[in-house]
Ligand binder design. Structure first.
Ligand SMILES: [Cu+2]
Length: 126
């Protein structure tokens, strides 16, 4: 029984790792990989987590990161400034105000020294 549980836990770990990596997408310049996660964002203040890695899936730390929300269908951004705070381990907290429900883009630029990359993450606010 104990061995069976251990095997189950290993399976769960593997599945979680795969799911997390599936969220990673290559940046436009091919320098970094990024994933943006949010828990059921609602109109208003939204907290997102950005994860940055290099091509070897090593966390990218001390990056200068900017994030800009954009609503393509309406051609507008956020009425409030968006802040990005480094959490550590390649994770960055993005605090944005998304006042309307609908399809948003979160346009992210990340820079470490001369290495710059950019992402456009889709985000649905309901
Ligand atoms: Cu809008």
């Amino acid at each position: 029984m104990r061995r069976w549980i251990a095997a189950l836990l290993l399976c769960a770990c593997g599945a979680a790792g795969e799911a997390a990596d599936e969220g990673l997408r290559e940046g436009r310049e091919g320098r970094f990989w990024g994933a943006l996660s949010a828990t059921a964002p609602r109109p208003g203040a939204v907290t997102l987590t950005l994860r940055l890695t290099d091509a070897e899936e090593q966390p990218v730390e001390d990056a200068a990161v900017t994030a800009e929300p954009w609503m393509p269908a309406h051609g507008h951004g956020s009425p409030e400034p968006t802040t990005v705070t480094e959490i550590g381990g390649g994770e960055y907290q993005v605090d944005a105000v998304l006042p309307m429900p609908g399809h948003w883009e979160i346009r992210v630029e990340a820079r470490v020294g001369d290495a710059v990359d950019a992402f456009t993450f889709p985000l649905v606010v309901e």
